[in-house]
Design a protein around this ligand. Structure first.
Ligand SMILES: C[S@@+](CC[C@H](N)C(=O)[O-])C[C@H]1O[C@@H](n2cnc3c(N)ncnc32)[C@H](O)[C@@H]1O
Length: 208
């Protein structure tokens, strides 16, 4: 295990062995005031395993995603991406934090799972569109700041995937996101998994 990491075994309740997630022992120790002040108010949120990631991974683990092309946005430690890869998908996990991409890559290796993990900023659709098309886009707990709403909606429109799953722990920013998403997307389902406050919203294009 890389130094300074702890391991957490996550049971996806899919009858398969748990996924082993390696994460920093303390995300607070990673806070870098210079990086915060340098722009983008960067904080190391990637270093925590958030309840939305567990909920989304459990949902994805129950699907047959054989050969599906799956993109995860803001993947952090990469749990939903790992679940999708184990369900048969060809997965690209993305985050703007290079340390998250290292962690997601390590977690794939720790579980014998194949995926691609690349640094990508959801405010810049070009590189993510170029890697598509995608059958499914995943995102867990990415709506924690109001400033994420417009770029994520623009990105989802540009990606034009037939299905998007957004897991969110009832953050205030999720409501305006869903309201604005309704102009282009049908809210096909909202599932309330066994996680406090977490909802998984399934979006499909209005014209599908
Ligand atoms: C609250 S964390 C959630 C991490 C992971 N999805 C989970 O649920 O455990 C938000 C994630 O979004 C990433 N992020 C924030 N802004 C981003 C941006 N502009 N582009 C890509 N990723 C971003 C962070 O680095 C972090 O990993």
């Amino acid at each position: 295990m890389p130094p300074g990491r702890v391991a957490e075994d996550v049971d996806l309740e899919d009858g398969r062995p748990p996924l082993r997630i390696l994460r920093p022992a303390s995300s607070e120790a990673l806070i870098d005031e210079q990086a915060f002040a340098a722009g983008d108010e960067y904080l190391p949120y990637w270093a925590e395993l958030w309840p939305s990631a567990v909920a989304l991974a459990r949902l994805v683990a129950r699907e047959d995603l054989t050969s599906a092309r799956v993109l995860e946005l803001g993947c952090g430690l990469g749990l939903p991406a790992l679940a999708a890869a184990r369900a048969g998908a060809r997965v690209t996990a993305t985050d703007w934090a290079p340390d998250a991409i290292t962690a997601a890559t390590d977690n794939a290796a720790a579980n014998g799972v194949t995926l691609q993990a690349v640094v990508a900023d959801w405010r810049e659709p070009g590189p993510l569109v170029a890697r598509g098309p995608w059958d499914l886009v995943l995102a867990a707990d990415v709506l924690y700041e109001a400033r994420a709403v417009a770029p994520l909606l623009a990105l989802l429109e540009a990606l034009a995937a037939p299905r998007v799953l957004v897991a969110d722990p009832s953050r205030a920013t999720c409501e305006p996101f869903l309201e604005q998403a309704a102009e282009r997307w049908n809210l096909a389902a909202t599932r309330a998994p066994d996680r406090p406050m977490v909802r998984v919203h399934e979006l499909r294009p209005r014209n599908s």
